[in-house]
Design a protein around this ligand. Structure first.
Ligand code: TXA
Ligand code: MG
Length: 318
């Protein structure tokens, strides 16, 4: 199969109506989309990604109102968050209605709903009459794609079309939030920070990031990972410990002198800029001739928490 890259939203919609897979731009990362109500198309998502069937898929809709048919309840704290952050990089774990195929949720009675802000995907969602199931558009376990070219690298030849919406502005996956009883719980850190959620609701969110069962988003230990080994920590000590190797260093604001490759994510110290650069830099370093990738600890506030989470997963430590 030849994979085309283009900006034709009507073509993307037509392909999706026929049951084909289309990579779509969102503000977080590119998604690998199919009609969420078409079982065969959804099976093809799992196949194309090499993703185990026990790992459920996010369902994308144009608005929370459009989600009404697919969920049985939207608890008021999540409604409040949606008013503040949707469309945007926040996803909601909600009790599913019978219209959501079990294959989407891997058998769980809850579904993750996301309302992406990217204008091309918003337009696409208006043009089709069904929700889009879309995991990140990368082979299972690898770093998520933040450009059309990244999607092509991983899935070229396996899908007919990549809708090119330019580089993703956030650059990390959405935050996933849900309710456990009366408590707000973050299941995955991402584009919206824990502080943002606290400020919008007045509720201090709990965290449930380590569970492996599909009813709490199943984050496998090594995920979002480049092929090369990566270690996160104090760079001075790591440089000493690994002297003699070709080292690549990822740092926040300051370049490291005298290392094989030094990558700075935000010279001005902006964590959002750093987040938007992270996956592109991981891919570049993976292709470089470095033996080992070292990464600084980022400030653990705001979206810095999500950056540290992804580096930890790349290392296999989380
Ligand atoms: O930003 C994003 O969320 C991107 C873009 C494309 O929207 N999507 C994305 O999807 O990151 P994916 O499949 O790569 O990650 C979704 C995560 C997985 O860890 C999955 O286990 C969890 O969400 N998940 C999805 N549905 C779930 C459910 N019903 N219950 C528990 N966890 C769920
Ligand atoms: Mg993914």
């Amino acid at each position: 199969m030849i994979t085309e890259i283009g900006q034709d939203i009507s073509l993307a919609a037509a392909l999706l109506r026929k049951g084909a897979l289309v990579a779509i731009p969102t503000e977080t990362v590119y998604g690998l989309a199919a009609n969420a109500l078409d079982i065969e198309a959804v099976v093809n998502i799992y196949e194309a990604k090499g993703r185990p069937r026990f790992n459920p898929l996010i369902m994308h809709l144009s608005s929370l109102e459009a989600a009404a048919d697919y969920v049985t309840d939207i608890p008021s704290p999540l409604r409040l968050l949606a008013e503040r952050f949707s469309p945007g990089p926040l996803s909601y774990l909600l009790p599913k209605s019978s219209r959501v195929p079990d294959l989407i949720t891997a058998g769980s009675d809850r579904v993750v709903i996301r309302i992406p802000a990217h204008p091309m995907t918003q337009e696409l969602l208006q043009q089709v009459s069904f929700p889009l199931a879309a995991p990140s558009a990368n082979p299972f376990g690898y770093v998520s794609p933040v450009t059309a070219a990244h999607v092509l690298e991983g899935l070229g030849g396996k899908i007919p079309y990549i809708l090119d919406g330019g580089p993703c502005s956030v650059g990390l996956e959405s935050t996933i939030v849900g309710m456990e009883g009366d408590e707000l719980v973050i299941h995955r850190l991402g584009g919206i920070s824990a502080e943002d959620i606290y400020l919008a609701t007045g509720m201090k969110p709990g965290f449930s990031l380590l569970h492996k069962k599909p009813d709490t988003p199943g984050q496998l230990k090594v995920h979002y990972a480049p092929g090369k080994p990566l270690i996160q920590g104090g760079i001075s000590e790591l440089l000493l410990a690994h002297a003699g190797k070709k080292l690549a260093v990822i740092s926040f604001t300051q370049a490291w002198p005298d290392v094989h490759i030094s990558k700075v994510l935000s010279p001005s110290g902006d964590l959002h800029e750093a987040a938007s650069q992270l996956f592109t830099v991981l891919r570049e370093l993976d292709k470089s001739d470095a033996d080992l990738i070292l990464a600084e600890d980022f400030p653990d506030t705001g979206i810095g928490q999500a950056i540290n989470d992804r580096l930890g997963r790349a290392e296999g430590r989380v």
